[in-house]
Design a protein. Structure first.
Length: 332
């Protein structure tokens, strides 16, 4: 979502190396419950920590991102899902400014011992001044900071498989559209075909594959009552094709995303599509921290053995008493 968009209310993460192939199983502690939220009952727990937009020169950005990460880690997740847009913006930033943003990001994740699955966000990609011809241009710098060889990969998590996808197709001049492209779509088909039907699958993208958000925005409504959703605005443009693929694989049970900065949780056919809000809320706007009435926060996702998921969204800076707080009751 562009930082130029404005609405009434708008209000992180990631460095550290991540392996492209990791097998995790629930620990004894997970099986016996705990963490201060729900009992675990053998679940795999994810901390969905998305849209940090860490910003040099904005002290609360780094401080609150670190605080939010610490609060999330207190729930003892097996994996941190860094959902993309870890930095404020490299689409229009020069090299020095982009480097400064990544330096903040690296400080946030320094010393973290929990596995981190990084997702590429649109603002993580360097297309700003000086990027043309530079070996770090586009997603190369992003992959370097995330310690990834590829922007799409799969991890086994007990009875689940986590498939991280790259939903950003750069179109030049800072532009992008939400789409997997032919190569990645072919890889996803092979990965799903090779996954046993008894194994549940959770997909993770930055831009939501499916969302209700565009149809809540009056600015997208046309005079004839139809809605016009620009490419890259809130939803995958290849949703029709992906929907057909998912219908063939009913073991895909959940799709997590970021990008839209809102809580958005819908089920279409057999797949639950959940957008995880944003740590940064309204891009660190101190005067208006909430984005479309979603306070800045984190999501705790328990992947259950039966293929269901329990998702809790926890604010750490409330916009009124709208959400459960990760660190106590809503403050006046």
């Amino acid at each position: 979502m562009s930082t130029r968009d404005t609405t009434r209310r708008r209000f992180i993460a990631g460095a550290g190396a991540a392996s492209a192939a990791l097998a995790l199983t629930p620990s004894k502690a997970l099986a016996t419950g705990g963490g201060g939220w729900h009992g675990r009952r053998g679940a795999v727990r994810l901390l969905h920590f998305t849209d940090a937009h860490v910003t040099p020169g904005v002290p609360r950005s780094e401080a609150l991102t670190k605080r939010a990460l610490a609060l999330g880690l207190a729930y003892r997740p097996d994996v941190v899902i860094q959902g993309g847009d870890a930095i404020m913006d490299a689409l229009y930033a020069n090299k020095a400014d982009t480097a400064a943003q990544w330096a903040v990001h690296q400080r946030v994740y320094k010393g973290i011992r929990t596995a981190v699955a990084h997702v590429v966000g649109n603002h993580d990609c360097w297309t700003g001044p000086g990027s043309s011809g530079d070996p770090l241009a586009g997603k190369a710098w992003t992959l370097k900071e995330y310690g990834l060889e590829s922007s799409w990969y799969a991890w086994k998590l007990g009875a689940w498989k986590l498939i991280v996808l790259d939903s950003i197709e750069l179109t030049g001049g800072g532009g992008y559209v939400g789409r997997l492209g032919e190569e990645q779509t072919a890889w996803l088909r092979r990965e799903l075909a090779a996954t046993p039907r008894w194994m549940h699958v959770v997909l993770v993208t930055h831009i939501p594959i499916h969302t209700a958000l565009p149809f809540t925005d009056a600015s997208l409504r046309q005079p004839d009552g139809s809605f016009r959703v620009p490419g890259g605005w809130g939803v995958h443009s290849d949703l029709p094709e992906l929907n057909e693929l998912l219908l063939d694989h009913p073991n895909v049970r959940l799709a997590l995303s970021g990008h839209n900065h809102v809580r958005d949780d819908i089920t279409y056919n057999t797949v639950r599509f959940a957008c995880g809000g944003a740590v940064s809320g309204n891009w660190w706007d101190e005067g208006d921290p909430g984005y479309r009435d979603t306070p800045p926060g984190i999501a705790i996702v328990d992947l259950m053995r039966d293929g269901t998921a329990e998702i809790g969204y926890f604010s750490y800076r409330e916009v009124g008493p709208r959400e459960v707080s990760a660190d106590g009751p809503a403050r006046p």
